[in-house]
Design a protein around this ligand. Structure first.
Ligand code: HEM
Length: 572
């Protein structure tokens, strides 16, 4: 009883402090908002940009909006590569797609631009202290161990596994068509791409099956990971307070605060995070038990990414070793980083191939020639062969360039730096190639416009906004552009660049190529009557838009999915 009174008192005390700080925070921001323009404290007076859409959320509601993609593009079309946008209470932020400024942010001066505190702190709460929740030396130490695990040698060893999963999916789709009593049927290919992506990353990273593909999924982790991105996105505005909330009280107090929050979405996020964390911990214990077993048997070594990481961690010098919490954090981060991104790109590729059937035929011809599929005895390709197929490669490069699944990331300036950029006036006809500069004060939030930079005419030519895989074929390649983006993949920013670039990009490429090649060899994909729209939900995903009549009124309804007509008779 005594104990109970004590805990209750400290909780109430912490809650009071929390509420006091929250009130003072809002009052301070409110006064700053009024005073800043009067005192001339607006750092980006000369940078063009749209007016704030709301006095307290600025342009955030437009930027973090499922239908926000056209707004992102319009910023660049109307105002150029350095745009001023507004955050909370008039906070001035920069939306950058200018290649020279991006070189500084992503590469040359990368230590001056860190992930935002909102990103780091909310990831720490959701995933634990893995790569996306750490900064500075801790982040560098973790990357030193994680990056080599994704070496080409390790990925080559995973190639047969990716083939096993891709072929299992093709057999399952074949059965679906047979069950529908024919050689063709409309199937939700985004659902299948999501399932096969999760199974691939589960098996390749953890040696764990999340989804057998040939039977219904009944795994709480699978359900949790599916819900994570939409749930995070619907809390986009609330998450801006994560840095503030994560510094209030103890871990136990903050957990209780979350439990008390009378908001269904917050409770859903707590449940998702708990499921992911407990599953990751269990898997880690299993893997650890297995690698010790293999060590004593001197058996062939496990090829999954986490077993390799555990072995590397054992061998690392004490100051480089990752703790149990850091390793658990990596598991969820890798699964999360891999699933929605690759499924989005594979879905988009299939959708585009239905819009450009001649390109679909061309890729299939290339696959037939490489595998002997036309003669009825299709063979698996080796890693090097499939990675270097020109048409398949061109299709993926062009899809990733024009439709990167992560269209922007954000950074915070942690050191004051000056960015050089080319100012572009509103009328493109009067483009000005002179250099302008802007000093970026510490604390400024910057948007790195990945999709915007990937579509710049100054780099990709007048047809930059068209999907033309041919541009990647050697006979079409013109001279190297004079302006370059600081990206690690094909001169694009799709996997970013610098010290926070995607660690899994080679994994993603081989996985996606094997799955797409296997499907294209067995099936033809065509459009249906359905209207497909691509929505922004942190990562872009497809939905079907339908008109629904309710009484006298007609409404537009959107359901996640990508229905495509799938045919198994390729007439070979
Ligand atoms: C088409 C697929 C993919 C795309 C387009 C993609 C894109 C990206 C981008 C843009 C970032 C930078 C995020 C930021 O700075 O805020 C990133 C980071 C990351 N990606 Fe990927 N990714 C893909 C697949 C994968 C896969 C398959 C894995 C793992 C197996 C993975 C693991 C990660 C991790 C761990 C990070 C954080 C790196 C760090 O902060 O040091 N990604 N990815």
């Amino acid at each position: 009883m005594q104990n109970f009174t004590m805990i209750d008192f400290s909780t109430i005390f912490s809650l009071k402090i929390f509420l006091d700080i929250a009130v003072y925070y809002f009052i301070l921001r409110f006064f700053l908002w009024i005073l800043k323009p009067i005192l001339g404290l607006t750092p980006f007076r000369r940078i063009p940009g749209p007016p704030a859409d709301s006095w307290w959320t600025g342009n955030l509601g437009q930027l973090f909006n499922a239908k926000g993609l056209p707004f992102h593009q319009k910023l660049v079309d109307d105002y150029g590569g350095m745009v001023k946008v507004h955050g909370f209470f008039g906070d001035e932020q920069l939306y950058v797609s200018d290649p020279r400024a991006l070189q500084s942010i992503i590469s040359k001066d990368q230590d001056a631009y860190e992930e935002t505190a909102v990103f780091i702190d909310s990831n720490k709460i959701i995933f634990g202290p893995g790569l996306v929740a750490t900064t500075d030396e801790i982040h560098k130490r973790q990357r030193k161990l994680v990056t080599p695990v994704f070496s080409v040698t390790n990925l080559k060893a995973l190639t047969p596994l990716f083939y096993d999963i891709a072929e299992r999916l093709a057999d399952v789709l074949d059965n679906e068509l047979k069950e529908k009593k024919g050689k063709e049927a409309v199937l939700d290919m985004h659902e299948w791409m999501s399932r096969v992506a999760l199974e691939s990353v589960g098996q390749a990273v953890l040696d764990y099956s999340f989804d057998p593909l040939d039977s219904p999924v009944n795994n709480p982790y699978t359900a949790a990971i599916k819900e994570l991105i939409p749930t995070l996105f619907s809390l986009a505005i609330l998450r801006q307070f994560a840095p503030f909330l994560s510094r209030v009280g103890s871990d136990a107090f903050r957990r209780r605060l979350v439990e008390w929050t009378p908001n269904q979405t917050v409770q859903k996020l707590k449940h998702i995070s708990d499921v992911m964390h407990s599953t990751a911990r269990r898997i880690l214990q299993d893997r650890r038990a297995n690698i010790h077993l293999e060590d004593t048997r001197q058996d062939s070594e496990a090829k999954d990414i986490i077993s390799i990481l555990l072995r590397e961690n054992e061998r690392a010098v004490p100051e480089d070793k990752m703790s149990e919490d850091e390793l658990t954090g990596q598991i969820t981060v890798l699964i999360f980083g891999a699933q929605d991104t690759t499924s989005s790109v594979m879905s988009r590729t299939l959708d585009l191939l239905t819009m450009y059937p001649n390109v679909q035929d061309r890729v299939r011809e290339e696959l037939h020639a490489a595998t002997g599929a036309g003669d009825g005895n299709s063979e698996r390709m080796e890693y090097d062969e499939i990675i270097n197929l020109p048409w398949l490669d061109a299709v993926l490069k062009e899809t990733l360039r024009l439709y990167p699944p992560v269209p922007f990331v954000r950074r915070t300036a942690v050191k004051e730096r000056t960015l050089l950029y080319s100012p572009v006036s509103r009328e493109r006809a009067t483009e000005d190639h002179s250099t302008a500069s802007v000093t970026v004060p510490v604390g400024t939030t910057l948007f790195v416009g990945i999709a915007a930079a990937n579509r710049l005419e100054s780099i990709w030519g007048a047809d930059a906004k068209e999907w033309r895989p041919e541009r990647w074929l050697s006979n079409e390649r013109k001279s190297e552009p004079t302006v370059r983006l600081p990206g690690i993949y094909a001169g694009t920013l799709s996997f970013l660049g610098g010290g926070r670039s995607c660690v899994g990009y080679k994994f993603a490429l081989i996985e996606m190529k094997i799955i797409l090649a296997t499907l294209l060899l067995r099936f033809r994909f065509s459009k249906t009557e359905d209207e497909i729209v691509w929505n922004l939900s942190q990562i872009i995903s497809p939905s079907v838009r339908r008109s629904v009549q309710k009484g006298q009124q007609v409404f537009c309804e959107e359901t996640k999915g990508l229905p495509l007509l799938v045919q198994s008779d390729l007439g070979l």
